[in-house]
Design a protein around this ligand. Sequence first.
Ligand SMILES: Nc1ncnc2c1ncn2[C@@H]1O[C@H](COP(=O)(O)OP(=O)(O)OP(=O)(O)O)[C@@H](O)[C@H]1O
Length: 495
Amino acid sequence: MLKVSGLTGGYDIGNPVVRSVSFEVEAGTMLGILGPNGSGKSTLLKMLSGLLPAASGTVEVGGRNIGDYSRKAFARQVAVLPQLQADTFSHTVYETVSLGRYPHQSGLFSSWTGADERAVESAMDRMGISKYRNTQIEFMSGGERQRAFVAQALAQEAPLLLLDEPTNHLDIAHQQQLLDTVRQQATENGLTVVSVFHDINLASLYCDRLLLLDEGEVAAIGTPGEVIDERKISDVYKARVKKGMHPEIPKPQITLLPGEEPSVREKSVIRKGDFSVSGKYVHLDSRYPLKAVSSAVFQAGSGWFRHFINRHVDAGYRSDDAGAEMRSWLQRNGFPLSQSVAMMTAAMTEDAVIREYGPKEAPIVVCVTAGVGNAVDASAGADRGVHAGTINTWIIVNGHLTEEALIQGMVTATEAKAKAMQTEQVLDPLTGTIATGTSTDSLLIAATQTGDRHPYGGTVTTLGKAIGRGVFECTAEAVRRYRDRKKVFEGEEEE
Ligand SMILES: Nc1ncnc2c1ncn2[C@@H]1O[C@H](COP(=O)(O)OP(=O)(O)OP(=O)(O)O)[C@@H](O)[C@H]1O
């Protein structure tokens, strides 16, 4: 639909703003133009819309050079939303949107048709501005005015839509409405869209392809996954950023990294003394949030937390919704919900084994509670009911872990736990074979994200060695404490 070859140009022949830009946009797709302030995004868009002549290179729309179109014929092919709307004429919203139909008018006399009327009504409807139809445009807010100008461009019903920062002035609901509408027009009606974006994340969410400009040249072009590269974005924008994935759809997102936090954070180290243990729960109260990944009952997954709770429940504990029940228990006990991650166990929390490791290995603290009345051999795949009995493991790392290290650390911990079960000869009562854990075990690994960096957490790394030894020793000790207590209370119903 759009083919740009070796495009160079700008405002001063000797000093072009846009330099040797080439790309193609297929019909029915959306291309986002990204780049820092002054990189030439608006200038490129003006050249695509024929407002600025090219010093060299070509722009073809529908297989024809844009210079070969008459003004009106070009406007039937290309609708443009410029960056700034200087509304010198006072029009109502309806009149403003109707101006989008001028390329479809012919002859000296008005030839306004039902199709024109429908296009205007539909565009106003899609932009949610029908109710302002009789309002003068100068009396509208910046966002309302922007929506009126987008409606004007949509009413033009050209197959190529060029937008310069269309979400400027819009709140998030209207950003979503506008981009959903444009996206839908592309997917369902084959509209081709080229849009300048300041917001990298919106461009990633809505565009099929992105073009990253740097000082007027193409720094990258491709799918959002290809263009939104952490290093490339930091280099071009000169900003400290982190790339992550959108939680619901497979599109990359960029987050700014603020300046270094005060050095006091560097001093934040978790020690054994930060844990408090009672018959009700084990609680780690961290002064600063720790980055955690877990299979906890409350706030499983990944997040940043200050309070870590392993709560004791009776062996007969039953709840249809353990997450909701835990939430109200946390509230009743004064834990701030947004900062808390919590699991539960029928094991005695006073028997928690909490040990520090390092400094030869990575400095970590391991905390394990164990009840093995529910021990299972995971490899046996036997049908069984769920009984009380859980091994809850926490690994708190004084260090900076990558995502890879967090996950490898969990794998290492699981291997070490299975080995402890073997050493302690914990049997699966159903199969009589060595158990590998219990059916309701929870694992949590959390890190201060300060101090030494640990890119990996496998068994040969200093982090992996600390986790392997720590989880093995603490699990074995927790199993022994469980058995000792069981001997004391022999005959009572235990886990
Ligand atoms: N009308 C003009 N006359 C002369 N120079 C201009 C004109 N408009 C823009 N420029 C210059 O061209 C360069 C690129 O500007 P352009 O507006 O294309 O950048 P942009 O990437 O859209 O920036 P922003 O993100 O700030 O909107 C800038 O150095 C700017 O000063």
